[in-house]
Ligand binder design. Structure first.
Ligand code: HEC
Length: 146
């Protein structure tokens, strides 16, 4: 009995401290900061977001098929060059923190593209994609547009 209790306690402690992301994403605790931008800018950023999601799916699909050339192409489409194509009147409305987090995701996509090309190692790609998705989740937990 004593061992069981200790294990249960350990479980509770681990659950409490292991995952701040899970805790922050409880549906009824919306603590996200509101970014106020005009509707055109919002439309532009949300389009970029949907492109990121689509690229993520295509990277995963290609990795599962072991088509590392395709992984590289899809990842590079949403790399830094995509971010640099953001019009200045959109970028100027976004907070600095948002741009830093956004840049890190685009840079991560460039790393996925480069490594898929140079190493052709599917496991490595999947690890990188998983880490990149954690940045998507992290940003979604702190910002909103509406
Ligand atoms: C720099 C912050 C940031 C990063 C990084 C980020 N997002 Fe977003 N994303 C947002 C915000 C803010 C919204 C709007 C959420 C809201 O208003 O409720 C959004 C919305 C979206 C939407 C909804 C689009 C729509 O049309 O409504 C998708 C899909 C999405 N993101 C996918 C992704 C994916 C996939 C990644 C990572 C590869 C990612 N995002 C990375 C901030 C970010």
């Amino acid at each position: 009995m004593k061992i069981l209790n200790r294990n249960s306690l350990l479980f509770v402690v681990i659950s409490l401290f292991a995952s701040p992301i899970t805790m922050a994403s409880k549906p009824h605790t919306d603590v996200r900061a509101l970014i106020q931008i005009d509707s055109q800018a919002k439309e532009h950023v949300l389009l970029e977001m949907r492109q990121l999601l689509e690229a993520t799916q295509l990277i995963l699909d290609s990795a599962l098929k072991n088509d590392m050339k395709a992984v590289s192409q899809y990842a590079s489409n949403v790399g830094l060059k995509a971010m640099k194509a953001t019009p200045t009147n959109v970028a100027s409305q976004l907070p600095k923190e948002f741009k830093i987090m956004g840049r890190s995701v685009h840079e991560a996509m460039d790393s996925i593209a480069r490594d898929a090309n140079d190493l052709g190692d599917r496991e490595h790609t999947l690890t990188q994609l998983n880490e990149t998705l954690q940045s998507c989740v992290a940003c979604h937990n702190v910002f909103k547009f509406q």
